[in-house]
Design a protein. Sequence first.
Length: 409
Amino acid sequence: MSDAVLADTATVTPVPELAARAARTGSSPVRDILALTARPEVISFAGGLPAPELFDVEGIAAAFRQVLSETPRRALQYSTSEGDPGLRAAIAARATARGLATDADDVLVTTGSQQGLSLLATALLEPGDVVLVEDPCYLAALQIFSFAGARVVPVPTDEGGLDPVALDEIAARENPKLLYVIPTFQNPTGRTLSAERRAAVAQVAARRGLWIAEDDPYSELRFEGEPQSWVASFPGAEDRTALLGSFSKVMAPGLRLGSLRAPAALRRACIIAKQAADLHTSSIDQAAAARYLADADLDAHLERVRGAYRERRNALVDGLSDALPEGSRWNRPAGGMFVWATLPAGYDATALLPEVVRHDVAYVPGAPFFAGTPDPTALRLSFVTHAPDEIRTGLLRLKKALEGAHRVG
């Protein structure tokens, strides 16, 4: 190479542009709000953060100690993409006990259920494919489908969740490949589909020929009413449903452990996608989780968590009538982590948020959760992170902030 070429610094060619998917996919408003409200004095109803004081720290630490003392070479080594056999067996056993017959070979361990959804998008979706979603919908799912280049079509919901009649009409018109749904204590609304609607969703999927991604991070956080069967167990859905599970809400989110139960061909495609993504989920975290499930009583731990969350749900819901403006509406979920509220017409939850944060309290505006026409009056409130007394203090701050703010529009 000539010195002249090396010395020619006058010509500088810009680097290529980012992929279109990066340009069209925005940051998560929830993550952005969490960054803005990281100050310890802020009482935040914004993030779905499990209460850290309820983590079974001793039980999890004991599981790690046992794994590192008994099988350190295996726990610290590369593993199979499918996941730790002991953990897969434990996940399968818990699913079977809840009425969905499952073998360990039916399960893929993922780095959080979020990765499971990304793997499904990689394995199933071509650019331009139609994905049906509840409206409003989990924000990260909208991000994933955007990165995949899918065309997201909203399905209307009401107080009972996804409307199966509207689902059938839209599926007939749009020829979708996938339906994404959180049937139990949905994020962001906290709503739960009835058994009748679950059966209808399964029938629509079978009749219209589409896959179902059933996301289930919250169902074990039920503190009222009777458990519902998974959509995957209803006639018509058995051979077309990928069931996503998570240990983030029931054990600890820092472990980043989830699971994917899917029909064989789809599961194999997801395994290949996972090999390309990260080879496998953390070996030591999987081994420790398997040991924890073998040695500890997760159900007893969950009973304690559910009791605490019930009190926190009550503190939030019972205080909203005084904290929110007259004419506001909200639900009372039987479990999960979230309350969905709407302010009276004329209010804009997004425009009000800066004033609310100045009062050291926060929520998530509801508008970004909509794939269709957003509702500017909607907001999501999480009740799990703070103790009841802190929740009541946060509601006093929220009341003061909203009283001092002016209506928009």
